[in-house]
Design a protein around this ligand. Structure first.
Ligand code: DOR
Ligand code: ZN
Length: 434
């Protein structure tokens, strides 16, 4: 038995926040509360950990991760990505289908799920593609893909340009009960842009992507979700236009959720250096006005959840000139620390809302058994030290790639132990690391 004492437990699913003990046995939470010793089985030996001054959170559930396997293992693979996940406090994740080849058939979906189980760190669930080869023309066999382990469907990396294909996808996905995860990007509007269009792109002489490239497709997909009754999840929301569409769709009672990524809450287009393509991401870093609106929407629940959009790329690719480097940032190992440092610590977001948005709500939306420390739940949890400081460095990352804009920054507030199913899978204090 594992007995964690005097932790500051935050578990929004139970409406719990306070100093408590938690006991876990056989991979599951046994009890949680203020004085649980009386209820524990007699004569059992327990590993006791004093957690005074630390938080105990349910493990994070990250619905937007690029693990790059199969096909791009030089950037990341399922094992390295799983290690990065548990270092960042992520105990369950959904991985994207834009691999090589694309995860659009049963064999590949099952393979990814199986390799995730074999890595035996975080719980890995595949999202399968919406269209074959992500070519945007022909739908995948969604019911079969679900039977092979897919938890949802997404062509993330590009938008589904054809509205009729998206309408059909939302219609068919109803039969599976799974969400369609939309990367909202109108390719014609996005043009060849490399950062957000506006004052900052003009000042740098870089081609801009107008906010409308995202908002227009978000509005379309919201309306299609309304018309079909399908389940829609908007990935990486980054504009006020998308927020307007989301607000209208939710007010109408349609089955829509949305996520925002930490970088879109912390950085803006003004932060983009011409010489550092680690700031190049799609959708691009927002204007300050959009960034503020995104934060307000996350705080008040219009945006349901946080997700990292961990998108590893090799050093060589990111060393190209800004306009030619690929879009994407790594984030699994920094997401929680960055949000804590830049949002929770200065009082812009509460710890309870952070855990609600990065654990409870994503688990609920995608039907995962996770996101809570209720008795009987899997003992997926993180011990979090709000004062642990580290400088973000390529040297101490588990990911194969280190293309994060936070390199060199000192972040404060890190997970120090991560358990999955009651098993310690990461210990920041151990040498060599667990
Ligand atoms: O920046 C991004 N990188 N945005 C995406 O939509 C795809 C991702 C990737 O796969 O690298
Ligand atoms: Zn995307």
């Amino acid at each position: 038995m594992l007995w964690l004492k005097n932790a500051r437990v935050i578990d929004p699913a139970q409406g719990v926040a306070g100093i408590m003990d938690l006991a876990a046995r056989d991979g599951r939470v046994l009890s949680v509360g203020r004085d649980i010793a009386a209820g524990l089985p007699d004569g059992e030996t327990a590993e006791v950990i004093d957690c005074a001054g630390k938080y105990l959170f349910p493990g994070l559930v990250d619905v937007h991760v690029h693990l790059r396997e199969p096909g791009q293992e030089e950037k990341e693979d399922i094992t390295s990505g799983s290690r990065a996940a548990v270092r960042g406090g992520v105990t369950s994740l959904l991985c994207m289908a834009n691999t090589e080849p694309v995860i659009d058939n049963q064999a590949l979906t099952a393979l990814v799920a199986d390799r995730g189980r074999r890595a035996a760190l975080a719980r890995i669930y595949p999202l399968a593609a919406v269209t074959k080869g992500m070519a945007g023309a022909e739908l995948t066999e969604m019911a079969e893909l679900k039977a092979s382990g897919a938890k949802g469907f997404s062509d993330d990396g590009r938008g589904v340009q054809n509205g009729e294909i998206m309408r059909l996808a939302l219609e068919y996905a109803k039969l599976t009960g799974c969400p369609i995860v939309s990367h909202c990007e109108d390719a014609a509007l996005a043009g060849g842009g490399v950062m957000r269009r506006g004052r900052a792109s003009a000042a740098r002489g870089l081609i801009g992507i107008p906010g409308a490239a995202e908002s227009v497709m978000a509005a379309r997909d919201v309306l299609l979700a309304g018309e079909t009754g399908g389940r829609l999840h908007l990935a990486h929301v980054s504009t006020q236009g998308t927020l307007a569409a989301l607000r209208a769709g939710k007010a109408a009672g349609w089955d829509i959720t949305a996520e925002v990524n930490p970088h879109h809450l912390i950085l803006t287009d003004e932060d983009v250096p011409l010489t550092n393509s680690n700031f190049k991401v799609n959708p691009p870093l927002p204007t300050a006005e959009d960034r503020d609106a995104l934060l307000a929407a996350l705080a008040d629940g219009l945006i349901d959840m946080l997700a990292s959009d961990h998108a590893p790329h090799t050093w060589e690719e990111k060393a190209r000139p800004f306009a030619e480097a690929p879009f994407g940032m790594t984030a699994l190992e920094t997401a929680l620390a960055a949000v804590w440092t830049y949002l929770v610590r200065p009082g812009k977001l509460t710890a309870a809302r952070l855990i609600d948005a990065y654990s409870r709500r994503p688990a609920e939306r995608f039907g995962l058994e996770a996101g809570t420390l209720k008795p009987g739940a899997p003992a997926d949890m993180i011990l979090f030290d709000p004062d642990w400081e580290e400088t973000v460095s390529a040297d101490n990352m588990a990911s194969k790639s280190a293309n994060t804009p936070f390199l060199g920054r000192r972040l404060r507030g890190y997970p120090i132990k991560t358990w999955v199913g009651g098993r310690l899978v990461f210990d920041r204090l151990a040498q060599p690391p667990v």
